[in-house]
Design a protein around this ligand. Structure first.
Ligand SMILES: Cc1ncc(COP(=O)(O)O)c(C=O)c1O
Length: 481
């Protein structure tokens, strides 16, 4: 046997350090409330604590784990804290973490069915499960004309949808010849910024992405959409795509999908429905009315990595006509040719998204669904919505605060009546205190606070304390005035 040093971690070392890492993660979760939710480090502080040069000689794993604790942890914003109410949830869970670990352990790259059949088939299967779990239309099932695929993010899903819409509208010519500046797409003023990025990348151009006006509830106005399309057509432009949102990022507004779909169908536009966070609510039949009209969509996506206990990253994206998506994105170089692909009997997910290589992400989704069951997932979603509604009722009955938008689910947009400076000051002081983390938006030009309930371990006591702390900071406004 060779005595040459291998430098690798031996299986025994891996087992030992693996246990130590799992212990560290379990301990981290049990002491998470002791950390300030928003990291309090200054810019450059984390880097300044790291050695300028990489080590020449390998270091001990214990030393690395010590540095995670002492150098990395202070620079972490604790998304998994039950006092995290900012942006949108990014909730993780035991089964999600373990699923990711299994995926890393197997280390497969599932670009083709043949590079790991289980990677493809589990994904197809779990996404078919989700169609049923969420009450989505059967046309999204892989056994029908459509099918689902896991993307990294809702941004990538939107880009794929836009590309497919562009290709369908130009009879697959723009992939060949490029865009001619006449292709236009439609979003609302409240649509997520990822659609703007998608328009840039897809060669449509931001000037050809129309931001349609919204109503008093921040939902897209179908009449304004129809008018804009007609104006564009009269000008010789080629409308190709519209995005409707179930739960906008700013205020959780619900676009009227049936009316938007009617306009889209009339003009033969690709309708993409973005339900990045709020899509998870459809696990509960009582919230499914929010996605009425989705049966008319060409594509739909939501992020299990937001509100469905599946660690980042995991976006679920479905199309009604998989041929259109595949025709848009498929290129088959010689070195990827194989018998399974030629047979036509398998899905090659490389044709369903931008990148070639792909991780075994469906494992974590599978573990989450099997661990919680539909019942467990519904239980937590209902609880989060209930807690947000409770918070909204406190705001409603407080003389100093007001709601800034309807509260259909788990996001409460509210503000202190004293104006922007007061709200900014309340938010800054709360976030500096480390007790909780809130973020803001602007609605009708006014600074608005957002409280989003959806972290894995957020319970009534956390929401109660959040409201108490918000009230305390509001009191200081009057004391300091
Ligand atoms: C409605 C909506 N769409 C898209 C996104 C983008 O999500 P991702 O980070 O998965 O691209 C978000 C995230 O905030 C969102 O709220």
């Amino acid at each position: 046997m060779s005595n040459e040093k291998s430098f690798h971690m031996t299986p025994d070392e891996f087992r030992r350090y693996g246990h130590a890492v799992v212990d560290w993660i379990a301990d981290y979760h049990s002491r998470i409330e002791s950390f300030p939710v928003l990291s309090q480090v200054k810019p450059g502080e984390v880097r300044a604590s790291l050695p300028a040069n990489p080590p020449l000689h390998g270091e001990s794993f214990d030393a690395v784990l010590r540095d995670v604790e002492n150098l990395i942890l202070p620079g972490v914003t604790h998304w998994q804290s039950p006092n995290f109410f900012a942006y949108f949830p990014g909730n993780a869970s035991g089964p999600g973490i373990l699923g990711d670990l299994l995926s890393s352990g197997l280390g497969v790259q599932g670009m083709l069915w043949s590079t790991s059949p289980a990677c493809t088939e589990l994904e197809t299967h779990v996404l078919d499960w989700l169609v049923t779990m969420l009450g989505l239309p059967e046309k999204f099932l892989s056994s029908r004309t459509g099918g689902g695929v896991i993307q990294d993010t809702a941004s990538s899903a939107a880009l794929c949808a836009l590309l497919a819409g562009r290709e369908r509208a130009t009879n697959y010519v723009s992939n060949k010849k490029g865009c001619d500046g006449r292709i236009v797409a439609y979003v609302s003023t409240q649509t997520h910024s990822s659609l703007q990025k998608a328009a840039m990348i897809a060669g449509i151009g931001v000037d050809n992405l129309r931001s349609i006006a919204v109503n008093e509830n921040f939902a897209m106005r179908p009449d304004a959409l129809a008018r804009q399309i007609e104006t564009d057509k009269r000008a010789g432009l080629v409308p190709c795509f519209v995005c409707a949102t179930v739960g906008t990022t700013s205020s959780n507004a619900m676009d009227p999908i049936p009316e938007i779909a009617r306009v889209a169908q009339h003009h033969n536009l690709w309708l993409h429905v973005d339900a990045a966070m709020s899509g998870t609510a459809a696990l509960c039949p009582e919230f499914r009315h929010l996605q009425n009209g989705v049966e008319l969509a060409d594509s739909y996506n939501f992020n299990p990595h937001k509100w469905m206990f599946t660690n980042f990253d995991c976006n679920s994206f479905w199309v009604a006509d998989r041929k259109a998506l595949i025709q848009t994105l498929s290129i088959l170089p010689e070195y990827l040719r194989n018998q399974a692909t030629e047979s036509g009997a398998v899905i090659d997910y490389r044709d369903w998204h931008i990148q070639l290589g792909r991780r075994f992400r469906s494992l974590k989704l599978w573990l989450v669904i099997r661990h919680y069951g539909v019942e467990g997932l519904q239980h937590h979603i209902r609880r989060h919505v209930e807690l947000a509604q409770q918070f909204a009722s406190w705001v409603r009955s407080d003389q100093d605060f007001e709601l800034a938008a309807p509260v259909p689910l788990n996001l409460v947009c509210f503000r202190h009546k004293a104006g922007d400076a007061a709200n900014q000051s309340i938010m800054d002081r709360l976030n500096r205190s480390g007790d909780l983390f809130l973020t803001h938006t602007k609605l009708n030009g006014q600074l608005t606070l957002r409280l989003c309930v959806g972290q894995t371990n957020t319970q009534a006591r956390h929401v109660e304390r959040a409201w108490k702390r918000i009230r305390e900071e509001a009191e200081k406004l009057t004391t300091n005035a």
